[in-house]
Structures are given as C-alpha cells and as structure tokens.
Design a protein. Structure first.
Length: 375
C-alpha cells in the first residue's frame, strides 16, 4: 500500500534523560525478549506493504545484536529497493557489529541521538555519551557504509550562548551528516527538568536568545547545503526523511509497541504506555490501544492543515482540497486573516494567482501557535 508508514517503539534506555517525556524504561533482558516476541507477532499480522519503516524509542540500540537481528528478520518481508528504513541509535550503544547487521538487514538510514558535540552540554542534558563518542559514532557509521545519516541536536540549553550554538552547527555540518534535526529544549510536564526549573535549580535561557539561535540556524544550514524543509529539519539534496514527510502529509501509519500511535481507517489509536501491559494484552489477543478516536472529516482536514503548515513548502490549496475534500480558505476563514495580519503566515504569490500558503520566518518561530490555531 502506498504512503503507509510503520513505526516501532523500543522503550528501553540506559538511563532517563531529565528532559525526556517519551515513554522509556531501564533495559531489562527478560522484558526485552518478551517484547520483541510480541512485536514479531504483530509484524507478521500486517498485510500489504509499507513505504517507510522507523524503529525509534527509547533507544533501539540498547537491544543486543541477537535481539536486534531477530526483530530485523521479522521486517524482512517489507524491505525492498524503494523503502526508507531508519533506525535510531545512541552513540554509546552503537558499534561496528550492529552497524553491519543493520546494513545486512536492509536498514538504509540512521538517526543518531548526538544532541551536542560538547561534554559540558551533554552532561547538563544527562546524556550517557561523551562528545568523543558522538564523533566516533558518526565515524564508524560512515566507514561501515551508511551515507544517509541524521543527527539530532538540542539548542537553547540554560547557560548556552549563541556563539556556542554556532560552533555546534559548524561541527554538525563538518560531521558528514546528510540530515540535521535541531530541537529547542522544552520543559515538558512530569520531567526532572521541569522540577529543576520550578525549584529554581536552573534558569531557562531567555526566549529572545533561543529565538536568535533558531534564526541563525534557519540562515546558516541552508547556506551550507542543508535545505530547510520543516520547522526543525534540514537536509542535503534527496535526503529528506520520507517517514516524517508521510506524517506531515497526514498519511496512514501503523504504530507498534508501547505508547505507539496508529492512524488507519479514519481511526487514531494510542497504545498503552506500559510495556508489561502491552505484552499482556497482545499475548491475550486483545487490542493494546489505551485510547481510540474516530476523526470526523472536518477534524481530519484541520489536522492535515496543522501538520502540513509545518513544512517549508506549506499548503498547496489544490493538494489540500484533493486530499481532504475541503477548500482550505473556506475551512480556515476565521483564523487565516488573523495569522496573515500577525505576520505568521503568508500567501504564496505566483503570476497573480495564490496557489497556497506557508509560514513566514516569524511563523517558523511560532509554529506551534499557528498549528493550534488551524486545528
Ligand atoms: S535516550 Fe532518548 S528516549 Fe531515552 S531517555 Fe534520553 S532522550 Fe529519552
């Protein structure tokens, strides 16, 4: 089936990073074995093809080679010439043997959780790896034969200066990565980081400084050949992440594993965020979803607007009406003039025609606000 993606969540990490709100727990060999077994059963049940596979987490590479090999063997039925197959890896748990295994089983894209190239910042973020390990992970990945590599970076950490962020970006460009994702540090509910902020242990960076960092990124990376194609994402030619583009087009996706989300047949389901519960339910032949909602056509159209506007190309009106059955300007008539007036979005101009709309530079800074207005 065209444009259907598969996401598999591996919820194990060496330790919890203080800023992280994803569902993850400490590695447990017995649980990991049982989890991979139920995942293989779910994979077997999937009929038809998928256009992209993304194994994320958590930290998929905390699984040892034997378990990773087992999981990847189950996915063999989907792999082929035209599939994008990504696996997330953290520098401290990536080695030559795992890289060889990935290549052998059809993985053709790596996403490395680099986050920073400086030890001080990595320590602040509570990461398990050092700057040297981050550089080594990139080096061994390239030498193993991977050329489609993303690195994740975080900016806006307390105490960080614009000059320091500029230097991080320079190292990222020199690293050989073909794709760079830059995320500003956020203080999520129920994390150790927000407690540290609320008790005054850390003083978040001024929003103005964070905006300067992001503004610089928007100018600098495209100048180095990394096209900006979504709020946080930059890629060299032909290296955009097809898996994520599928989300931003609001296409279908299957999510396997604890806390994973699926969107199929007009229904969005979110699996239980508890690995033991997930295993129990799947083994008992029950649906592991904790919640399920059927979206109305209008909700679905608005959601498409909210995700698609995050892309650099923005929303093409004809594409939108073909995809959703709604006229974009009619659907968003109440908020559209307000967003334009505030300078957050602009109409595209082509030969006096207006084929669509997109975020302005200011709009990229406030993309979450724009998305929630369109919802
Ligand atoms: S390694 Fe990633 S998923 Fe795991 S706790 Fe840290 S940020 Fe979260």
């Amino acid at each position: 089936m065209r444009d259907r993606s598969l996401y598999i969540h591996i919820p194990f990490c060496r330790r919890k990073c203080p800023y992280c709100s994803f569902y993850s727990i400490s590695y447990d060999e017995g649980l990991a074995r049982a989890y991979v077994d139920v995942l293989l059963g779910k994979i077997e049940d999937i009929e038809g093809s998928v256009s992209t596979i993304y194994i994320g987490g958590g930290t998929p590479t905390v699984l040892h080679e034997g378990l990773l090999g087992k999981l990847l063997s189950g996915l063999k039925k989907f792999t082929g010439d035209n599939i994008e197959f990504t696996i997330e890896a953290n520098p401290e748990s990536l080695d030559r043997e795992k890289l060889g295994l990935f290549l052998d089983r059809g993985v053709n894209r790596l996403s490395i959780g680099t986050q920073s190239f400086t030890d001080e910042k990595l320590q602040k973020l509570g990461r398990s790896h050092t700057a040297e390990e981050a550089a080594k992970a990139m080096d061994i990945s390239r030498k193993a034969g991977f050329n489609n590599i993303n690195i994740d970076l975080i900016f806006g950490v307390w105490g960080e200066s614009v000059a320091e962020w500029k230097s991080e970006l320079k190292k990222a460009v020199q690293s050989g990565a073909r794709h760079i994702s830059c995320y500003s540090l956020t203080y999520e509910e129920n994390t150790a980081l927000i407690s540290a902020k609320n008790t005054g242990k850390i003083l978040p960076l001024d929003e103005e400084v964070v905006a300067q960092m992001y503004g610089y990124t928007l100018d600098y990376l495209p100048g180095q050949g990394f096209g900006h194609y979504e709020v946080s994402n930059f890629a060299k030619k032909s290296h955009r992440c097809r898996h994520n583009l599928n989300y931003w087009d609001n296409n279908l996706y299957i999510g396997l594993g604890a806390s994973a989300v699926s969107y199929l047949d007009g229904i969005r389901k979110t699996n239980v965020s508890d690995i033991k519960e997930y295993i129990k339910k799947v083994k008992a032949g029950e649906d592991p979803a904790a919640s399920s909602e059927k979206l109305s056509d209008i909700d679905r159209a608005k959601e498409t607007a909210a995700v698609k506007i995050r892309t650099k190309e923005g929303i093409d009106f004809r594409w939108f009406s073909e995809k959703t059955g709604f006229d974009f300007c009619g659907l968003e008539k109440d908020v559209l003039p307000v967003l334009v007036e505030k300078g957050l979005i602009e109409y595209k101009k082509e030969n006096k025609h207006c084929p669509g709309t997109q975020l302005t530079k200011k709009g990229f800074l406030f993309s979450d606000t724009v998305s929630s207005e369109l919802l």
